[in-house]
Each structure stands twice: as C-alpha cells, then as structure tokens.
Design a protein around this ligand. Structure first.
Ligand code: SF4
Length: 92
C-alpha cells in the first residue's frame, strides 16, 4: 500500500557507509574512563555523516563512546537542552 511513499526509514543506517571511522580502531571511540577523546574527535571532525551519526546516537540513547564528534557528557547536555526546549514549547 505504501510502496510509492518515498520516506526515509527512521532506522536507516546507510550513512555508516560514508563514515570517516570505517577501518579505524573502534577502541579509539570507546576510551577508558578519563582517557583522551581527542583522536576520536579528530576523526569525526572531517566526517561527512557527523550529523547523522550524532542523531542516531541521540535517538538510540547511546550512552558510551564518541558519536558525531561528541562524548557521552556532551550528548547528555544536548538531550537535556532538547528536553528543556520541548518543555518550554509545551508550557508556552
Ligand atoms: S562522526 Fe565520528 S563516530 Fe560518527 S561516523 Fe563519523 S567518524 Fe564515525
């Protein structure tokens, strides 16, 4: 019935094919607590699918690692800001 509808699949992860981190040691993106995230973020900086990656992580509540160039803490901050913005819209 919806064969003609050309909507993106919300679970689509085709963007991963263009990831800058393909072939890069995954441990870099899941550093030990307190270890540097600088190298991982450097890889992300030049990644063309950074936005997709970040949204994927936010949507899926990824709690660990560097996604879209952001750490867990940085993603938590974005989630909080979005939740706050959503509450202020509802409360407006
Ligand atoms: S943003 Fe970083 S973690 Fe995400 S796909 Fe690109 S290089 Fe990989």
């Amino acid at each position: 019935m919806y064969d003609d509808v050309d909507e993106p699949d919300p679970g689509d992860s085709g963007w991963q094919d263009d990831a800058n981190c393909l072939g890069v040691d995954p441990d870099l993106f899941f550093p030990e607590r307190g270890a540097s995230t600088r190298e991982a973020k450097e890889v992300c900086r030049g990644c063309v699918v950074r936005e997709d990656c970040l949204e994927f992580a936010l949507r899926n509540g990824e709690k660990f690692g560097i996604w879209g160039g952001l750490s867990e803490r940085e993603r938590r901050r974005i989630r909080r800001q979005r939740a706050q913005a959503a509450r202020s819209i509802v409360g407006a």
